[in-house]
Design a protein around this ligand. Structure first.
Ligand code: NDP
Ligand code: HSE
Length: 431
């Protein structure tokens, strides 16, 4: 058979080890697809002394230069995670003429445009299907199959850990710490769970999707972000009473030459397709002028699904190495304003703790009315439900669509009222 296509890995942890075993298991199929066998070359890790299944000790290295010097390496797969040195290693690999495949949403969200430029300058490709949605094909469809569309919105559940947690809290009434530990045990969570539960991971992913869907740069810091740590069992129960479930929703819209992007726990009507995306499943809904709405749904994290996307990219570039394809042209990004959260507009769910006395509801309603926020519904929950003190209550109000700044003005007034004990939660509401 012809010379192999050499594949080196940066990282052999949860995902890298699964890539190694899948490469071995599927060797014959992959060779048939590419026309040349795939050969595992070098594997970069931190701990070079540890024995690793399917990897010869002579292949293991702690030095990136061993990978870059290896003439048999055509494709570098980055599954180390983190920003640096992963970014620098990817750039060096591209500059040395290697194709790069990565699962690293942080690096792609922060440096994707610059790295794509380097790849383009050096006539190689940078592919990142696994960086968003685990096993769901979404990067390739956005880059190719939906290209004829003007994409106006992307709405997504793109963090498996938090979706797993919120689903377990909704269906089993399980508590936060217990479900977080479960998600970590199953390998869904990032090494530091803060990235998952505070919406940082999802913010990286929606920033990556903005680049592809709208052809614009959105820095992760420009994504308005709220994690799930504020969501209580009571919010979940109240949402259900309102016919909604709470999901950590990542949204991006493009209109009038501006983009807005958010990651927030959001109430979604139970009849909406995204409300039924449970457990570690992810889903990405794209709205385009020609296609209307399309929904991509599937396993969003874990070894098998992530390896599926990584190896799809490896096979794709291996075909380039084997000489059967020409690279896609690189299109420079537009620079547009990122709309700040005060200018976003949505319906809202408000949970407000009050002393249960005459006139409180009227004053809260007046504050909302004065700010131009229209109330859609009000329910009062007494201490038997809230577990609060006698003489207190929780008001759950929902509003019609209103600008974030108007709602913030009303909440500022409400917060200062003597009879208001807390603004328990404020969440956007869909469906
Ligand atoms: P792990 O922490 O399990 O593995 C990281 C690997 O990289 C380890 O082998 C580690 O070496 C190596 N490594 C880390 N830093 C360095 C360094 N500075 N120099 C050399 N080697 C280094 O991470 P995962 O496998 O879970 O995740 C990898 C990537 O995949 C991340 O970007 C993650 O976001 C992404 N991803 C993960 C998914 C999942 O379900 N877990 C899903 C989709 C994407 P050593 O073994 O010696 O510690
Ligand atoms: N921690 C991430 C998640 C892994 O839970 O979705 C996939 O990127």
């Amino acid at each position: 058979m012809a010379n192999p296509v050499g594949v080196s890995l940066l990282g052999a942890g949860n995902i890298g080890s699964a890539v190694v075993s899948a490469l071995a298991r599927g060797a014959d199929r992959y060779a048939a697809r590419v026309g040349r066998p795939l050969e595992l070359r070098r594997v970069l890790v931190r701990d070079t002394q540890r024995a690793r299944a399917g990897i010869e000790p002579s292949q293991v290295t702690g030095d990136i230069d061993d990978v870059l010097r290896d003439e048999g390496t055509h494709v570098v797969v980055e599954v180390m995670g983190g920003e640096e040195p992963a970014r620098a290693y990817m750039e060096a690999a591209l500059r040395s003429g290697r194709h790069v495949v990565t699962a690293n949403k942080e690096v792609i969200a922060k440096h994707g445009a610059a790295l794509l430029q380097v790849a383009n300058d050096h006539g190689v490709r940078l592919l990142f299907e696994a960086s968003v949605g685990g096993g769901i094909p979404v990067i390739a469809p956005l880059s190719r199959d939906l290209l004829a569309n003007e994409v106006t919105a992307v709405t997504a559940i793109i963090n498996g850990t938090t979706n797993y947690m919120l689903t377990a809290m909704t269906q089993r009434g399980a508590d936060y710490a217990e479900v977080l530990a479960e998600a970590q045990r199953l390998g869904y969570a990032e090494p530091d769970p803060t990235a998952d539960v505070e919406g940082i991971d999802a913010a990286y992913k929606i920033a990556v999707l903005c680049g592809l869907a709208f052809n614009v740069d959105v820095a992760p810091a420009d994504v308005a972000r709220q994690g799930i740590s504020t969501v209580t069992a009571r919010d979940i129960a109240y949402a259900l009473q309102l016919g909604h479930v709470i999901k950590l929703l990542a949204r991006a819209r493009f209109a009038d030459g501006e983009v807005e992007a958010t990651v927030r726990p959001t109430l979604i009507g139970v009849q909406e397709p995204l409300a039924k995306v449970d457990g570690v499943l992810n889903a990405v809904q794209v709205e385009g002028d020609l296609v209307g709405r399309v929904l991509f749904e599937g396993p969003g994290a874990g070894q098998g699904p992530t390896t599926s996307s990584i190896l799809a990219d490896v096979l794709d570039v291996a075909q380039d190495v084997a000489g059967s394809r020409t690279p896609l042209p690189f299109i420079p990004r537009r620079q547009v304003r990122v709309r700040p959260p005060e200018e976003h507009s949505s319906r809202a769910y408000l949970r407000i703790g009050v002393r249960d006395e005459p006139g409180v509801l009227a004053r809260i309603a007046a504050a909302l009315g004065d700010a131009g926020v229209s109330i859609a519904s009000v329910i009062q929950f007494d201490p038997e439900v809230t577990g609060g003190e006698e003489g207190t209550a929780e008001l759950v109000l929902t509003t019609h669509r209103a600008p974030g700044a108007a709602l913030a003005r009303a909440l500022e007034q409400i917060r200062q009222m003597d009879a208001v004990t807390e603004i328990g939660n404020v969440l956007p509401m869909e469906g």
